[in-house]
Design a protein around this ligand. Sequence first.
Ligand SMILES: Nc1ncnc2c1ncn2[C@@H]1O[C@H](COP(=O)(O)OS(=O)(=O)O)[C@@H](OP(=O)(O)O)[C@H]1O
Ligand SMILES: Nc1ncnc2c1ncn2[C@@H]1O[C@H](COP(=O)(O)OP(=O)(O)O)[C@@H](O)[C@H]1O
Length: 607
Amino acid sequence: MSTQLLRLATAGSVDDGKSTLIGRLLHDSKAVFTDQLAAVARTSAERGADQPDLALLTDGLRAEREQGITIDVAYRYFATPKRKFIIADTPGHVQHTRNMVTGASTADLALVLVDARNGVLEQSKRHASIASLLGIPHLVVCVNKMDLVGFSEERFAEIREDFRRFAMKLDIHDLSFVPISALHGDNIVHRSTEMPWYEGTSLLHQLEEVHTASDRNLIDARLPVQYVIRDADFRGYAGTMAGGTLRPGDEVAVLPSGFTSTVRSVRGPGNVALDEAFAPQAVTVQLDDDIDISRGDLICRPGNRPHVASDVDAMVCWLTEQSELTPGSRYAVQHTTRSTRATVGQLDYRLDIDSLHRDKTAEGLALNEIGRIRMRTQHPLLFDPYRRNRDTGSFILVDEATDNTVAAGMITGPAVTGSDVVWHSPAVTREQRATTGMTVWLTGLSGSGKSAVAAELERRLVASGRPAYVLDGDNLRHGLNAGLGFTAADRAENVRRAGEVARLFADAGVVAVVSLISPYREDRDRVRAAHDADGLPFVEIFVDTPVETCAERDPKGMYAKARAGEITGFTGIDDPYEAPRTPDLVLRPEDGDAATQAAILLEYLER
Ligand SMILES: Nc1ncnc2c1ncn2[C@@H]1O[C@H](COP(=O)(O)OS(=O)(=O)O)[C@@H](OP(=O)(O)O)[C@H]1O
Ligand SMILES: Nc1ncnc2c1ncn2[C@@H]1O[C@H](COP(=O)(O)OP(=O)(O)O)[C@@H](O)[C@H]1O
């Protein structure tokens, strides 16, 4: 059954013990064929080793090549009675970001290896950053070679803390740590007797138990049509479900035409009628009406459509050394079942994957480099942001002259600015205004204290003669943002509008104090980018109150309702909150009451 399959991505150099680890997993889970084992034992003995060198198992298998691009990813399969596993194993040196991006793009879980003697090095951080960028939902850090640090609990704890501190800057939802010795098999398949202090389970046990069903997007029904089956009395649309569910009787819309119809039947492989189809099933859907649908169209629900746009923003990883990505270049783009052409409009920045620094002066992207671009496609793409859906949010760029895949891309959203409207320069310059404005953006969970701090800051600023104005999420939702709900798209729009208004206030010389959950990092980053582009100061303040505390305060009783299942999609309960990676200031309950926090914030602003 497909639910039992776990796609694993590993990365690391041989020195970290990765090959040994994989060999150990294969060996100890009895997935190794006896003849391969015998060969390993023979070679090891020939080399004078006193025990079989399990790394030989993996290295010997590293011959596979993905079709199309010559990437260095080896896929290996093994199974236990509980689950099947596919391991995409990529070399981890700095030059091989592209391998990891390609090999890990569909992974459920990333394994990152840390050598207990060396601690958390740049390479492990890089792997974690890429895993986070690719939206891999689970990350397991294996602290290896514990035998070489005397199985020290303190050393393990130290590495775990180091790693956690770095991971806070990333978008990682599920992070766990296992102390192992791949060489000796400690905590790989069986609990180690050498580390009685370790209370967790073995690595294999974690891999068998990790819960992946809820990682799937079951909300947004998406069926990109791969081909149309037509004969005398049957017309069906075949494709692989890329999200949500479809059932007979469901009302659907077909994009880009926008025609609506009803699902008559859903069939799976072998033409079996299904009650329900969900990702990643391959299905054929029949509709009640005869509408014109072709390859590249997308079937969704009328009330829940993907974005339809030709101008998109995307993160891309450059995969070839033959050329560089340069603004103005044209490529073929393959997105779900759609192929069209695209022109790269601009490179917003190049991301340094080690420091997470954004280099806005970069002029191109070379092999293994990652950056954010804006591109315009010849035909509109039907997409969701990658964060929301890894299938409808990703694409590849192909060089039409060579047919080489040159980039893997993750769409962050529709491009923010339009094109045909003329910009009028203001008659009054910023310098001519009496005061200088800025935006103070407070983000945090519901009940974290954003509104209280915002109100207090506003009071203090105005009392000291500086124009300030609070833009509170709740209040804006009564007017400007009335009609917006809490879907990812609505929240993005909510944040965008509040950001635009704040920018205008700041431009007018006012301190705009925004208090909005604004749970998604990308949305907040866009607001910052819009301010940066205008040369307006923007500070992001993370009101970091733990969800337990917010739920205890629960001034509106929302957490109680969310926990009782009366409301769904509530931030912190069953909708994600992506903490800022590099907030300008963090306010915590330990700082004191809201007035004290506002004083801390004011002091920061004055500095
Ligand atoms: N599903 C769901 N998730 C989160 N919040 C919800 C939801 N439904 C209603 N509310 C109430 O709406 C307030 C948050 O609105 P925001 O505009 O700040 O949210 S967002 O930035 O668009 O995510 C927030 O109020 P605050 O407590 O003032 O933050 C909530 O009480
Ligand atoms: N620093 C703090 N310490 C204790 N309680 C606080 C603090 N800040 C806010 N509160 C209280 O927590 C509750 C939620 O605060 P609020 O500002 O409405 O949160 P938000 O706007 O983030 O949803 C309110 O009852 C508020 O008085």
